[in-house]
Ligand binder design. Structure first.
Ligand code: ADP
Length: 463
């Protein structure tokens, strides 16, 4: 127990132990008056020990428990403390206990406030509060992080004008007019201080005052930009795939309908043309499905195998070029370079990459132009270069041709009926064996696609 004593205007506090006079009187839990002449011996001993002649004590209660005691000592004059002074002390003790209770209530409120402020400050969610006239009152650090604007810049600002808040359709959202009933959508897009668009999942709670008038808006937001981007890419992918799959279906259905409806009246040559067209489109559809499945497999992380064996690059190139030579008798496919060429990788993957590169060269270069495959030991590892004398690729497109479904717009490459997935697959396979593919091309002259593989002696982790 702590005792506060006042002498004149000076108040001192000290710790009193269980043996003290104040403590002993407090434990009686009732207003008490003692003097050396009349008190019980233990109390007289305490009065003596503390150098007191007499004492009145009124306990302080909180929730029915004694939490302290108010004591008066050594009343001047021969009468000692009177009944009336006892009553005054009791009243004072009640007041003091009330003040103490209020004090601890205030402490609790301040503690709650502190905790709340800490939660608001440290949560990763953005929290904004806005008054009914649309002025920002609170801008927590989560909001600073998400928007790039500091509380100093935003508190007192008018709504989210600075962030150009818009809904999913791109229409402005007047967050500042919330009190007039403007709905805050669950998805908001804003422009951060760096000029980049951010997508927010928003949840807003209007708070009314005691007269049921709009008083405060609490807006809690979470940055969902990444998830939004993934969703958009997925949508784009599904749209592209369905478009790609539907494209060959249109001529298939058209020719098939012609054959069903007026096949008898067509000449044998026209019927054969229609059937051949159906076959060609069906083959294209098949290629598309096979490539799509390959691409999906690659996106799921190949198959978890290491694909990190030591491979004989030249013999793979030999196998692929002889396969292509036997399938395309009319084409000249030259293989040269270093026969003793090894690398780290996977025979099947490297063979597949080469196939995709050589089949492109065959597809896009004129039939009378040769295709050259060169195998060399480069500085950082083996290289397989496939060179054609085809139309070439504009500089602005050399990276984009590795994107899914990306095909050049020129008539020649369109007519070749590709799926736009071959190079995408090739690059994924190259990454799986720790390699890369680069392109050098000159319009009207031709292109060289080079697969760079890792040196057999160099052990590098493949992700
Ligand atoms: P596909 O050949 O099935 O269309 P790819 O992903 O293999 O798909 O190639 C993407 C695009 O890159 C092709 O459609 C073509 O426009 C262009 N391309 C690829 N290889 C060559 C090449 N050797 N010469 C010219 N253009 C090429």
């Amino acid at each position: 127990m702590y005792t506060a004593s006042a002498e004149g205007n000076v108040i001192t506090t000290e710790h009193s132990d269980a043996e003290s006079l104040a403590w002993t009187l407090a434990m009686r839990a009732r207003t008490t008056r003692i003097t050396r002449a009349t008190a019980a011996p233990n109390l007289v001993a305490l009065l003596n020990a503390e150098g007191r002649r007499d004492c009145i004590a009124a306990p302080l209660f909180a929730d029915g428990r004694v939490v302290g005691v108010l004591c008066g000592y050594d009343c001047s004059g021969p009468e000692g403390f009177e009944e009336g002074e006892l009553a005054v002390l009791e009243t004072l003790a009640r007041e003091a206990a009330g003040a103490l209770a209020k004090g601890s209530l205030l402490d609790e409120i301040l503690e709650e406030r502190r905790k709340l402020a800490e939660i608001v400050e440290h949560t990763s969610d953005g929290i904004v509060t806005m008054s009914s006239d649309g002025k920002v009152q609170l801008w927590n650090s989560g909001m600073e992080e998400i928007s790039g604007y500091t509380a100093a810049e935003m508190v007192g600002a008018h709504g989210l004008d600075r962030l150009r808040a818009r809904d999913e359709a791109g229409l402005d959202v007047m967050v500042d007019r919330w009190a007039s009933g403007v709905e805050i959508p669950a998805q908001l897009q804003i422009i951060g201080s760096d000029g980049a668009t951010r997508w927010l999942a928003a949840s807003s709670t209007p708070v009314n005052d005691t007269d049921s008038r709009p008083h405060l808006l609490i807006l809690v937001v979470r940055d969902v930009t990444r998830a939004h981007e993934v969703e958009r890419l997925k949508d784009d992918f599904v749209a592209t795939v369905s478009h790609e799959l539907r494209t060959p279906l249109t001529p298939i259905k058209g020719f098939a309908a012609t054959l069903v409806e007026s096949g008898d009246s067509l000449s044998a040559a026209d019927r054969a043309t229609a059937a051949r067209s159906i076959l060609k489109q069906a083959e294209h559809l098949e290629r598309l499905v096979v490539n799509l499945l390959d691409a999906a497999k690659l996106e799921r992380g190949i198959d978890g195998e290491g694909h990190d064996a030591i491979i004989d690059v030249y013999s793979i190139a030999e196998r692929i070029s002889s396969e292509f030579r036997s399938a395309h008798h009319d084409r000249v496919i030259i293989l040269d370079g270093e026969t003793n060429c090894r690398a780290r990788g996977d025979e099947l993957f490297v063979g597949q990459i080469m196939s995709n590169l050589v089949s492109n060269a065959i597809k896009y270069a004129p039939a009378d132009e040769p295709i050259e495959i060169r195998v060399t030991n480069g500085e950082s590892g083996a290289e397989i270069a496939v060179t054609d004398r085809g139309p070439g690729i504009p500089q602005s497109e050399v990276e984009r041709i590795f994107d899914r479904f990306h095909r050049l717009g020129n008539v020649l490459t369109r007519a070749a009926g590709g799926t736009g997935l071959g190079l995408y697959i090739a690059r994924q396979l190259a990454a799986a064996v720790g390699g890369t593919i680069t392109v050098e091309s000159a319009l009207g002259e031709g292109s060289t696609f080079t697969l760079h593989l890792r040196h057999p002696a160099r052990l590098v982790a493949v992700s």
